[in-house]
Design a protein. Structure first.
Length: 188
């Protein structure tokens, strides 16, 4: 794997990496250049659900190490190690990690996009739900952070770190029904 790692560490990481590669490529040829972030995320999500938290964290550490080394060697072009999800170690495990897709749909459906504020709120909720942004990251967004041509949004995270993320197409879509013009609406 990597010269920096001790032989014992490499031997410890190999079963995790082997399981990942078998999951992705089966018994076929292993072509690391065909790996995508989605492959890594799905694998970790499936494995973490069945592993003890400590073991799941060891899995993610092994995958990050392997993916960094594969990138260093030029076997993969993207920084897939950055896409390895972290394993939550919450003391209150009864609290759900996320709301269900149905609950997200219901929440989005409850937002009226007939006004500018409603459209803004809808776009914010989509960014939170689809990209998993933190509220602080959404608050820091400015118009210059949205590149409609490239279909991406620049997110400023912790420490000023900037990340380009895909912009969900429906964030900028206008509602199907006509938007009410506040100038022509009857007063209450």
């Amino acid at each position: 794997m990597n010269r920096v790692l001790a032989d014992a560490t490499i031997a410890y990481y190999v079963p995790f990496v082997r399981r990942f590669l078998m999951d992705r490529f089966g018994k076929g040829r292993v072509t690391l250049s065909r790996l995508a972030a989605d492959d890594v995320v799905r694998f970790v999500q499936r494995q973490a659900a069945r592993l003890h938290v400590k073991r799941a964290k060891q899995l993610t550490t092994a995958l990050r190490s392997f993916l960094r080394y594969a990138r260093y060697r030029g076997d993969i072009a993207l920084d897939l190690a950055a896409g390895v999800p972290t394993v939550a170690n919450w003391s209150m495990t009864s609290i759900p990690r996320a709301i269900s897709a149905d609950a997200v749909r219901q929440l989005l459906a409850s937002v009226s996009r007939r006004t500018a504020v409603g459209r803004r709120d809808y776009a914010i909720l989509l960014l939170l739900a689809r990209l998993g942004l933190r509220a602080s990251e959404v608050v820091r967004l400015g118009l210059d952070d949205v590149d409609w041509q490239a279909g991406q949004v620049i997110v400023r995270g912790k420490g000023g770190h900037r990340t380009a993320l895909p912009l969900p197409a429906d964030v900028g879509e206008f509602p199907q029904q006509p938007v009410a013009d506040p100038q022509t609406m009857p007063s209450a």
